[in-house]
Design a protein around this ligand. Sequence first.
Ligand code: DGI
Ligand code: FE
Ligand code: FE
Length: 191
Amino acid sequence: MKTADIRKIRRKMEKVLDPKRFEHTLGVAYTASALAMCYDVDINKAQTAGLLHDCAKCMSNEKKLSICEKHHIPVNEVERKNPFLLHAKVGSYVAMKQFNIHDQDIINAILNHTTGRPGMSQLEKIIYIADYIEPSRKQAPNLTKLRRLAFQDLDQALLQVLGDTLHYLESINSPIDPMTQKTYEYYLGKE
Ligand code: DGI
Ligand code: FE
Ligand code: FE
């Protein structure tokens, strides 16, 4: 991925996202690049995945569901009831077909950025964490500590984001996607 390609993706994202989501997207791309520098991961891949991770976020639920149906992307019970979750799966599809991304690690980082998955790569972890700690995020608890931790111990930061997300979802009685639960248990067991 060359600098010119990254610039092109950035311009396209500005068109498909609303202004707040675009600001978040830039925040994720910059935070992911910084983490990539810290952990010796490909910076261009981190920027590309960061820019594209929410590329399907501003699509209607009907559109996301119809893309899944048309292209035989499996939709589970939790996703059917909460179609916003599908922006990750649909986003990885859009990244392949509309942005010509063929790097499997970038595609996986987009695909797994909402629920995580057991056995994530360094890039996937970086996007998952950058999504949570980027500068325009204000809501989550422990953000100050977590932001520092992300640059000290990526796996500890990952576990904390997974745990905090699960607690938050339980506190608001939101249905948990099986992958979110599985990912948390997997990384808890690795401690
Ligand atoms: O798209 P973003 O808002 O930038 O971030 P995201 O794709 O990580 O989505 C964040 C939201 O997704 C956050 O409110 C937690 C929620 N989420 C993550 N896993 C699950 C979930 N929501 C439900 N209902 N079930 C899950 O398993
Ligand atoms: Fe997202
Ligand atoms: Fe995001």
